[in-house]
Design a protein around this ligand. Structure first.
Ligand SMILES: Nc1ncnc2c1ncn2[C@@H]1O[C@H](COP(=O)(O)OP(=O)(O)OP(=O)(O)O)[C@@H](O)[C@H]1O
Ligand SMILES: [Mg+2]
Length: 438
């Protein structure tokens, strides 16, 4: 749809000249004076930009601009000043004009400046839209977190969402990667398009290619009909590649090609299919370590890693726990939690992160006999878990084992990374885990 522009000038020739110049790209309406212009603006909210002469009989362009902006806060205004009247131009900008042009009007300049002013307003409108969406429930509103780490996540989601940039979400299981992926989609211009999630670990490698790229009828035994793959299903939307570390190397090559060429082929066909998708990938593994180990292509890693968002373990942002508990209490029926019980929940290390916390709150809401969840309603393993982090009891071996397992969990099961963090060699961690029977 063409954007609408209002041209105001008392000279008919100038008006017609500008209208003709702009009518190819915009829908143009005209007015011969300020009063007529105001009437148009008041009856038509779709006018995006007003191009007005300053010097006119009756009310001048500056006065008109003030009235117009009051009626249409989001209206872009470009004013026309007589050649050489710098002071008028300065006054125009000071009063809120987006730009000014000097007469006689240069055609190229006219088109350029009008487009520039419109573009600035489009961006502003977009930002306002996004802000409004954020306040709604499907935006960032359902992801809670007051920790600095989560505030940073929110900021990056807001910045990344309006772009088509590929996002890599890293973080342990249950930290909200899928939730964030959905938020990125919901806050993006693709929100009306599909959000297609593919859990790579759940699809057998032999079926994966057909699943992702689709196939023609007869492409292989059993391909009785043509099938649309996930890449095609996600067209004009977002494709969420979950557990990306589990993608087999030969599929990684193909994904890389899709990212580079923005097209792919169905199995059993040589015709390229164009796709317009945004990719968000997630992993609870240390993907960089996969690259070092030769299990993940380095070039693909850099392609995916355009925006890298790390979701920290809940234990490392325990300050978020009360907020999350509050959110889940509301979700599961509005009970409260006693301060003592909350202390236990805050002390527990939550190896399953937010997912585990959410499940625990749900369970306590169901099982607690009163309206308030007390210490006695907190599951035993959480009391012990909380105590574990506080007490120094137990043998040295037990403490060591607990420590190793806790760090291993934090590192998403990645032994190399866990060894690094513990300051022990990889050989040692493998030997220890063997001792524990793992
Ligand atoms: N910051 C948060 N605020 C509110 N709810 C959250 C938050 N983070 C996670 N959750 C909730 O916790 C659960 C787990 O989140 P999600 O599925 O997004 O985790 P994940 O990182 O994708 O986990 P996995 O790696 O196991 O797939 C969901 O029910 C989600 O709604
Ligand atoms: Mg997930």
């Amino acid at each position: 749809m063409m954007e609408k522009i209002l041209i105001v000038d008392d000279e008919k020739d100038t008006r017609d000249f500008m209208a003709r110049a702009l009518s190819g790209q915009y829908e143009v309406v005209t007015a011969a004076d300020a009063e007529l212009a105001m009437r148009q603006l008041e009856s038509d909210a779709s006018i995006r930009l007003m191009l007005s002469d300053i010097r006119m009989p009756g009310e001048d362009g500056l006065t008109l601009m003030k009235a117009a902006k009051a009626a249409h806060p989001n209206l872009a205004v470009v004013l026309l000043t007589a050649f050489g009247s710098i002071d008028q131009a300065v006054a125009a900008m000071k009063d809120g004009a987006d730009d000014f042009l000097t007469k006689p009007v240069d055609l190229d300049q006219l088109e350029l400046r009008v487009e520039k002013a419109l573009k600035a307003h489009r961006l502003e409108a977009e930002v306002n839209d996004l802000k409004a969406q954020l306040d709604e429930k499907y935006g960032l509103g359902n992801i809670v977190g007051s920790s600095l780490a989560m505030q940073r996540v929110f900021r990056m989601v807001r910045q990344a969402a309006p772009t088509d940039a590929t996002v890599l979400l890293e973080g342990p299981s249950g930290t909200g990667k899928e939730l964030v992926a959905r938020a990125i989609h919901n806050l993006s211009p693709r929100a009306k398009g599909p959000f297609v999630a593919v859990e790579l670990a759940a699809i057998s490698p032999t079926l994966l290619e057909a699943e992702l790229f689709g196939h023609e009828k007869g492409a292989f035994t059993g391909a009785v009909a043509r099938r649309v793959g996930r890449f095609e299903a996600a067209n004009h939307g977002t494709l969420f590649l979950d557990e990306i570390s589990e993608m087999p190397l030969e599929i990684q090559v193909k994904l890389l090609r899709v990212l580079q060429e923005r097209e792919f082929q169905r199995l059993g066909s040589n015709d390229p299919v164009k796709t317009d998708i945004r990719i968000v990938a997630a992993t609870n593994r240390d993907l960089a370590a996969y690259v070092r180990a030769g299990k993940f292509r380095e070039d693909l890693y850099y392609r995916l890693n355009v925006i890298d968002l790390h979701l920290p373990a809940l234990k490392d942002r325990a300050g978020d726990i009360p907020l999350l508990v509050g959110r889940f209490l509301k979700e599961f029926g509005g009970k409260t939690v006693s301060p003592e019980a909350m202390k236990l929940l805050e002390a527990y290390p939550w190896p399953g992160n937010v997912r585990e916390l959410r499940n625990a709150v749900e369970k306590m809401c169901v099982l607690s006999p009163t309206g308030e969840i007390g210490e006695e309603d907190v599951p035993d393993e959480m009391k012990r878990g909380g105590a574990r982090t506080l007490s120094t009891a137990g043998t040295l071996e037990e403490t060591e084992k607990e420590k190793i397992l806790a760090v291993l969990e934090e590192c998403g099961g990645n032994r190399t990374k866990a060894a690094e963090r513990l300051g022990i060699s990889r050989r040692t961690i493998y030997r220890k885990l063997e001792e524990y029977g793992l």
